[in-house]
Design a protein around this ligand. Structure first.
Ligand SMILES: Nc1ncnc2c1ncn2[C@@H]1O[C@H](COP(=O)(O)OP(=O)(O)OP(=O)(O)O)[C@@H](O)[C@H]1O
Ligand SMILES: [Mg+2]
Length: 620
């Protein structure tokens, strides 16, 4: 019988032990939790201390049953009050031991939960920050953020309470069962039949709860990312009077999430109710049978008292376990999703070992490239171009020609589908990413600012610049004037994504950031498109000086911006159509003529506008 009870207890403690051992086949679903072990391992001394405290408390709790027996048999029924004194002292000592043990256990276990979830958050962030940018095109940042917060919180609850609860209850369950069997074999049988019967519904409902919990997390993540997108674009939403429509769409998402959560809660309620009902049935049967034994003198009242105490313990432990089982399933879902994020690797391999020496040419060798989301329509096709060190090259061409894509490949946000990009004789894939990107500064088409001060934004690309350097860069980007006019100057807070600046001001901050980085290769993607002609003229003057010292590639729709480049490369439909200086292109390239005619007027070919002489009066 002892064997039987141990077997039952062992089955029951499986969910708890699953993170620690190879899971038995039936709890395969908890396998993701095993991966958390790696995060617990560094804190093993605390884990051991917590386990000791846990076992200690559980043993003390079991000792209470003996206390109950002494209390009833010697304390209440003995003629002599010393029996009561003895029983009460015993209870007091056990109570004190339980209190101290629980205090230590609670602190250590909660500490572990908080620590592991903090470590997980960092680990996930640290991993994702290296993943290729295209990953975030298919995976919404809002969803990832929700995983970072909600899922890690679930695991924190798991480690910080559920596991401890489960282990503790598994221990008391085993202990109480054993003591029950020792106290009264026949009565134990009644309980032992009730226990396995409850196993079945737990297994069935447990699986459902787990699936629904995954869905629930997912829909909550969607709700979060939906709201994030709307708030970010609030001006567009309000200007098109879309508040009502957005409210309806959002409520729909929220309701969807609620429906999923409701079915999960329902399944779990069924699970709990069922388990409790079965156990109470067992209890009542035991009271009846035990009562008869006491009446007929086969056991003392104290023995029955202790037995009932153990049985209640078994019942509570079992009910708790059935509830914790649901928590474990939810946590397994959370762990699975987090591990996915942790195992996400960049598809831009950083295995190169060749450190690039400065001053080499950049060569695009017959490159074809399609964005992963549109494999059938290449953004670049048969793209060939050599850019000499120190040269300034302008890329012009119609919208969608692939100009920005060229920058994405240079920065290795993507690798070409076929063909290769060389720096000197070295394939970029053979150069360590950090070394390569350290050579480059980009001013993207959409200037990106971070919340923080102006000076922290300008200094984003360098570790610790002098205030003088920041100011010099801002002056070159023609930003110093407007920055100085702000009440807090360089320490002005920009708000999230720089909302407190105008489009042109944002561009100049982004430009100053690139200038301060002092790169070997400067990439300007429509870097001055939002500037007024006067500011642009000033920036052009500064750029002319900056461009002399480094390789520069400029993308611009306004031809006035690019006219002074060493070479203008005309692109269309992902390939180079022609290249040369403005005058030559005007003479022979039909596409360039068309672009120039629209901007400079029909006589474009005759009078060559120059940004060096005066501010141009052309806008696009
Ligand atoms: N992330 C992306 N996923 C899929 N397709 C993309 C992506 N980015 C750009 N494209 C497509 O690739 C092609 C080239 O885009 P690219 O951004 O290089 O054009 P561009 O020459 O910079 O145009 P513009 O002057 O309007 O900035 C376009 O057809 C565009 O729709
Ligand atoms: Mg572009």
């Amino acid at each position: 019988m002892t064997e039987a009870s141990q077997a039952t207890a062992a089955t029951e403690s499986d969910p708890v032990a699953a993170p620690g051992r190879p899971p038995p086949s039936r709890s395969k679903s908890l396998a993701p939790l095993r991966q958390l072990l790696g995060f617990l391992w560094p804190h093993k001394s605390r884990l051991i201390a917590a386990s000791i405290a846990l076992v200690f408390t559980a043993s003390a709790q079991l000792g209470l049953g003996y206390g109950v027996k002494v209390l009833i048999d010697e304390g209440f029924s003995g003629a002599d009050p010393s029996g009561l004194y003895k029983a009460v002292s015993l209870m007091l000592i056990i109570g004190l031991a339980m209190a101290i043990g629980a205090m230590i256990r609670f602190y250590l276990v909660s500490w572990l939960g908080e620590r592991v979830s903090a470590d997980l958050r960092s680990a996930v962030f640290n991993n994702l920050v290296h993943v290729q940018p295209s990953y975030f095109e298919t995976n919404h940042s809002g969803e990832i953020m929700s995983r970072l917060t909600t899922d890690t919180t679930l695991l924190q609850t798991l480690i910080g309470s559920s596991v401890s609860l489960a282990v503790r209850n598994a221990l008391t369950l085993t202990g109480a069962l054993t003591l029950m069997v020792i106290t009264n074999l026949k009565l134990s049988l009644v309980i032992l039949i009730a226990v396995p019967v409850t196993l079945l519904p737990i297994l069935i409902f447990g699986r459902r709860v787990r699936n629904l919990s995954n869905k629930s997390q997912q829909s909550i993540a969607e709700v979060g990312s939906h709201a994030g997108e709307i708030f970010q674009s609030i001006k567009v939403v309000q200007s098109f009077n879309r508040e009502a429509a957005e409210k309806a769409a959002f409520s729909h998402d929220v309701e969807q999430a609620f429906l999923v959560a409701r079915s999960r809660v329902f399944q779990r309620a069924l699970l709990t109710g069922f388990a409790i009902f079965l156990l109470m049935g067992g209890m009542v049967g035991m009271m009846w049978s035990g009562g008869v034994d006491v009446i007929e003198g086969r056991m003392t009242g104290g023995e029955l008292g202790a037995f009932v105490f153990y049985a209640v313990m078994v019942g509570t432990a079992f009910a708790t376990l059935s509830e914790v089982w649901g928590d474990l399933q939810r946590a397994a879902g959370a762990a699975e999703r987090l591990m996915e994020l942790l195992q996400e690797t960049s598809n831009i391999p950083d295995t190169g070992k060749i450190r690039p020496s400065p001053g080499k040419a950049l060569r695009f060798d017959n490159i074809a490239f399609a964005y992963p989301s549109r494999p059938e329509s290449p953004a670049l096709d048969g793209f060939d171009l050599i850019i000499a060190p120190g040269e300034s090259v302008a890329l012009v061409g119609p919208s969608g020609a692939g100009k920005s894509t060229v920058f994405e490949l240079i920065l290795r946000f993507y690798d070409p589908t076929t063909g290769a990009l060389y720096y000197g004789d070295t394939d970029l894939r053979d150069v360590p990413l950090l070394d390569w990107r350290a050579k480059i500064a980009l001013v993207p088409q959409q200037p990106t600012l971070f919340s923080g001060t102006i000076s922290s934004n300008i200094a984003y690309g360098v570790s610790d610049p002098t205030p003088g350097a920041v100011e010099r860069a801002a002056t070159m980007a023609h930003a110093h004037e407007f920055i100085a006019a702000l009440p807090e100057g360089y320490h002005s807070d920009l708000g999230a994504q720089g909302v407190r600046l105008s489009g042109g001001q944002r561009q100049r901050i982004a430009l100053a950031r690139a200038i301060l980085a002092d790169p070997e290769l400067l990439l300007l993607d429509e870097a001055t498109s939002a500037l007024d002609t006067d500011s642009e003229w000033h920036v052009q003057q500064a750029l002319a000086d900056i461009m002399r010292k480094r390789t520069t590639i400029i993308i611009a729709h306004r031809l006035s911006t690019v006219i002074n480049a060493d070479r203008i490369v005309v692109m269309d439909q992902g390939r180079v159509i022609d290249s040369g200086r403005h005058d030559a292109l005007i003479a022979r390239c039909e596409l360039y003529q068309r672009l120039a005619r629209l901007q400079f007027g029909p006589e474009a070919g005759l009078a060559t506008p120059s940004t060096n002489t005066a501010p141009l009066d052309v806008t696009d």
